[in-house]
Design a protein around this ligand. Structure first.
Ligand code: G3I
Length: 305
């Protein structure tokens, strides 16, 4: 294949990117996005603050712009994200208890219903575990509504859109020896054993010096897959440059190819200048839209690995 999406499709994978709707008028950006990727995640436009700015008043305009562009160009969509402690609208940030639980479930239901039939996979719950060595749940207003808030969100999402795959998504769950990884693994194992609807695990995979690509990444992917869920690499970016960055990208692709339930890879932005890491160069295209060494490493690995 000559493009990431073609080469990935030949291996049974999708290859995605995060999209910001306002950039679709930038022709360099739009051209690369359309040519290279077949799975689209809204970088911010489907989050809680964007979709329910006032309680009970939903605004799907920004999300729809991206969803429509994806549909018009024959691309699939990942939904990101229905329930999260961050980027909550102001009205939700100060809510607690059963009022918040109800508001969260209503949000899940309304948003998943609006996009019903359009979403390949939803990040139903994002980033519910704490960093560091405890493996504990993150202390958030959602967590304080009761430990079962995650499964409640998954049940609501399944009811609203029975055909979307439902994922739990997090960062720093890449290194198999980390407590946070084990905590996410135990959550998925528990849900599978009790019949809570869950179909996939999203490994964000934001690699940087504090959280480097781990040698045991493939073990992590395979261990989740062995629980009976699909594995998706959902927000890949790798700090660095040149050959070293390219080699790490290649290893990520190699690991996904080695695990049959690894569905696909999404990078978290198009060009380095589009990255949330404003000082870094963690993506596959430089600021001028040129293909980097990392791009060629990924394409080669998809074609010949
Ligand atoms: O749109 C407003 C603009 O009007 C305002 O003037 C400006 C001033 O700060 O902010 C703009 O919003 C920013 C938004 O990105 C759009 O650029 C927010 O402040 C900023 O917080 C937001 O950052 C996003 C971040 O999530 C927020 O948590 C990043 O774009 C986005 O890449 C990042 O994505 C997250 C995933 O959702 C979850 N995993 C980690 C990943 C990276 O942090």
């Amino acid at each position: 294949g000559d493009t990431l999406q073609e080469a990935a499709a030949d291996r049974g994978l999708y290859f995605g990117t995060a999209i910001t709707g306002s950039k679709l008028t930038d022709s360099t950006y739009e051209t690369i996005a359309n040519r290279e990727f077949d799975m689209i995640t809204a970088e911010n436009a489907m989050k809680l603050d964007a979709t329910e700015p006032q309680q009970g008043q939903f605004d799907f305009s920004r999300g729809d712009r991206i969803a429509n562009w994806a549909t018009q160009n024959g691309k699939q969509l990942r939904g990101h994200t229905l329930a999260w402690h961050s980027q909550q609208p102001g009205w939700m940030q100060n809510m607690e208890g059963s009022q918040l639980r109800q508001a969260m479930l209503n949000h899940v239901t309304q948003v998943a219903t609006h996009y019903r039939g359009q979403i390949h996979s939803w990040d139903v719950v994002n980033e519910a575990f704490e960093d560091g060595g405890t493996g504990a749940r993150r202390n958030s207003n959602l967590q304080r509504t009761g430990n079962d808030w995650i499964e409640a969100a998954f049940y609501a999402a399944r009811e609203a859109d029975p055909n979307a795959k439902l994922c739990y998504n997090d960062y720093n769950i890449d290194n198999w020896s980390w407590a946070k990884t084990q905590a996410a693994y135990n959550l998925v194992a528990d849900f599978k054993s009790r019949g809570v609807p869950i179909d996939c695990i999203g490994l964000q995979s934001h690699f940087n010096p504090n959280s480097p690509y781990p040698d045991n990444y493939r073990t992590t992917l395979q261990s989740f897959a062995d629980l009976g869920v699909d594995v998706q690499i959902t927000e890949l970016d790798i700090e660095g440059s040149g050959q070293q960055q390219a080699d790490t990208y290649r290893r990520v692709v190699e690991d996904c190819l080695a695990v049959s339930r690894c569905d696909g890879i999404t990078v978290w932005g198009v060009r380095d200048t589009d990255s949330w890491r404003s000082q870094g160069t963690p993506l596959l295209f430089d600021g001028n839209g040129n293909k980097k060494e990392a791009y060629h490493a990924v394409l080669d690995e998809l074609n010949d690995g």
